[in-house]
Design a protein around this ligand. Structure first.
Ligand SMILES: [Fe+2]
Length: 716
């Protein structure tokens, strides 16, 4: 998500299963060939490093990284660009059991070349499960990268607890990555068994839309614009710039990796990365871009985005162009209009299919007996987001900023499948009857047919205690109850009941893909799948709750637990609203979003109350400034699925699972406007824990909240 213009809420916006506990050298080499990676095989005995190694971080300016570990192997990464006009053709990688490399278990030579922008990928195998390793790269003179630390996964039958972090949405153009510093600080001080196993990054690792400081001297909301990149072949749109060729996409990855906190995090833990929208294009879907309300073909840019992701993120991804991990070998595509879409909204134009097929991101990874992580791609196969279409503007009004009637979103989502295949010809909005432009079109899909079939099969056959859906976009409904506004405060709400949010403010994720989400959750219930949890990013806000396909007055029947993590640094909705609705703003509904009690000197995140408790709680807060009195007016039917929401929170989320329980810990930091020079990355706003015991088939999952420290009173 991106809250990137001023004012209103409408601020628009292989599977690989090689997880066996033992693996032969031959099987490993076959895997390495399939992955196209140079392979380093761990020996049963260790030797001292034979390299006279001298650390030269300046020669490896993007640091080191590791990714997608299984129980015996992990991908290792670095970049070694030419220096003083001379380049090296290969690097030596060493993997050791100790940080001083006296016990080296694997060594290999890996080629690097300009064709992959001097990035280097090595698959280190023959490693022991669930243990820490150190790795480093060096050239023939012994000039070495910094030392990286990585961790293999436990074997499939290992019942030990698993602890990992999930994050999303880091913006180096207008924010600081203090959350990573806090994560490192806490992990270094944690007991060995309490340390993190990996970092799951659910997208917006980069923001491809970049402001140059001179284009936006006023900054962005509370932030100043940093001069992080200049696109050599960029395109300027309004006051921002976007990449057009692979060189531009590579440049933005490099600039992000120069951030010291992010680089240190990549050197400390293996990352598991999945793209969201901004790795390609802000409002992009399939290989299409959308700017200024106009959708245009962008197949060449989708391929360029995939190539840069492939080069800069060590991940086990499938590409049909061949197994080489040394080079991406992009398919040739042209930017051809996409006019014909199949029954699932998939554009049949051959260049579109080639572009989105150039890299497959969805995959599943195991961490012992307790965790199967099923990661999906929400951007490459999705159909057009209905609430983002120009025709949907007819269902919104500045009188109710950002709000769309829920029944309208449901009709638009379902298309021709609405009401058992009897969609209305027109949709009522207040006194108006507006043509139903979706009545002849298929229901919205975010996963697409092929990926969805894969996803459901993974869910059905998983043997792990917890089936964790790593969905880059949120699944928890985001709604309000404007039907309960007192008469006379503003105009009459033109909807029939509850409100959802428009594309710029919330819709477009799995919370409003009602048909598809219903299909998935029905599948979970009908197959008796327990231990189902979704974890997501994109929303720039912390959410904890229950996974249910419908809310009152429909049947509320949770089938799992669901969480959304706050952004690492990208601005959130509350920050955007503070600028859109300053104190003097005459909008009668300001109190619903950034209200102030009589004694408050600054706006409060009352939007959290709006989403969790309803309009009456917001209005009471504005009147009395008494949060307990406000919460006492909670509408129990509005959000029975939500136990915590903070639309202004930044930081990260720690998942801790055992064979009996799942716990998500939200670590929330203050708005990361500037880099903290403190060793701990700066203070905390709050730390909360959200715990569910494993439920049995037929039982309803339950979440318990614990506020560990800090002030989270607007979020509960
Ligand atoms: Fe984002």
């Amino acid at each position: 998500m991106c809250y990137c213009t001023n004012l209103s809420l409408r601020t628009s916006k292989w599977s690989y299963d090689l997880t066996m506990s033992t693996i032969s050298r031959r099987a490993f080499l076959e895997m390495a060939v399939a992955l196209g990676a140079t392979a380093a095989w761990g020996q049963p005995f260790t030797t001292q490093s034979k390299i006279s190694w001298k650390e030269r971080r300046d020669l490896y300016p993007e640091g080191v990284a590791s990714g997608d570990p299984d129980s015996n192997s992990v991908l290792l990464w670095t970049r070694r660009p030419p220096h003083d006009g001379s380049s090296v053709e290969k690097l030596t990688v060493e993997v050791a059991e100790d940080e001083s490399f006296e016990h080296v278990v694997a060594t290999a030579e890996a080629p690097i070349s300009e064709a992959s922008d001097w990035t280097c990928r090595v698959l280190a195998g023959g490693l022991k499960p669930a243990r820490v390793y150190w790795y480093r790269f060096s050239d023939s003179k012994g000039y070495g990268s910094r030392v990286g630390r990585t961790i293999t996964a436990p074997t499939d039958d290992d019942t030990r607890p698993v602890r990992f972090v999930f994050v999303s949405c880091q913006n180096a153009n207008d924010g600081a990555q203090n959350a990573y510093r806090r994560m490192i600080f806490e992990d270094e001080r944690a007991a060995e068994q309490d340390r993190l196993g990996f970092v799951l990054h659910l997208g917006d690792f980069i923001y491809e839309i970049v402001w140059y400081p001179e284009d936006r001297p006023q900054g962005m909301y509370d932030r100043r614009i940093r001069d992080i990149v200049r696109y050599e072949h960029g395109e300027k749109i309004r006051d921002f710039h976007i990449p057009t060729v692979v060189g531009d996409y590579r440049a933005i990855y490099r600039s992000y990796l120069h951030d010291p906190d992010l680089q240190d995090a990549r050197a400390r833990w293996p990352f598991v990365c999945m793209w969201d929208n901004h790795e390609f294009s802000w409002l992009g879907w399939q290989s299409l871009q959308k700017f200024e309300g106009t959708t245009r073909p962008a197949q060449t840019r989708k391929v360029a985005a995939n190539q840069a992701f492939f080069e800069y993120q060590p991940a086990r991804l499938f590409k049909p162009s061949g197994p080489s991990l040394e080079q991406f070998n992009p398919p040739h595509v042209d930017n051809a209009p996409v006019a014909h879409f199949d029954e699932h909204g998939l554009g049949q134009e051959p260049n579109n299919l080639a572009a989105i097929g150039s890299l497959r991101g969805y995959r599943a990874l195991r961490w012992g007996r307790n965790v199967e992580l099923i990661i999906t791609d929400q951007r490459s196969y999705r159909s057009e987001e209905p609430t983002d279409r120009a025709e949907t503007k007819a269902f919104s009004s500045d009188d109710f900023p950002g709000l769309l009637p829920q029944e309208v979103i449901e009709i638009l989502d379902a298309g021709k499948t609405y009401d058992g295949g009897r969609p209305p010809a027109a949709i009522r909005y207040g006194a108006a009857e507006i043509p139903n432009f979706r009545k002849d079109q298929p229901a919205q899909t975010i996963l697409g047919a092929e990926q969805k079939a894969w996803f459901l099969e993974r869910l059905r056959t998983s043997k792990a205690t917890w089936k964790i859906w790593g969905d880059t976009v949120a699944t928890l409904d985001m709604r309000a109850d404007p039907q309960n506004l007192p008469l006379g405060l503003t105009k009459t709400w033109p909807g029939a009941g509850y409100a959802g949010f428009d594309a710029g403010s919330g819709a477009g994720d799995h919370s409003t893909a009602y048909v598809e989400r219903g299909e998935i959750y029905d599948f979970v219930r009908e197959n008796g799948i327990t231990g189902f949890a979704t974890i997501a990013g994109d929303r720039h806000s912390f959410w904890a709750g229950l996974a249910a396909k419908a809310l009152p007055p429909k049947n509320f029947e949770p089938v799992g637990i669901a969480f959304v993590t706050g952004s690492i640094s990208a601005p959130g909705m509350v920050e955007a609203l503070e600028h859109g609705f300053p104190k003097e703003h005459p909008h009668p509904l300001r109190s619903l979003f950034v209200g102030q009690g009589p004694a408050d000197t600054r706006p409060q995140p009352t939007m959290n109350l709006l989403l969790h408790h309803g309009v009456k709680s917001c209005l009471e807060y504005a009147k009395s400034g008494d949060i307990d009195k406000a919460r006492a007016l909670s509408n129990p039917d509005l959000s029975p699925h939500v136990s915590f929401v903070d639309m202004g929170g930044h930081g990260y989320s720690v998942v801790h699972v055992t064979s009996e329980m799942f716990e998500a810990e939200f670590v929330c930091i203050p708005r990361p406007i500037e880099r903290s020079e403190r060793a701990d990355g700066g203070p905390l706003r709050y730390r909360t824990r959200h715990r569910a015991n494993l439920w049995r088939k037929g039982e309803r999952p339950k979440l318990e909240l614990q506020i560990v420290e800090g002030d989270a009173r607007f979020s509960v």
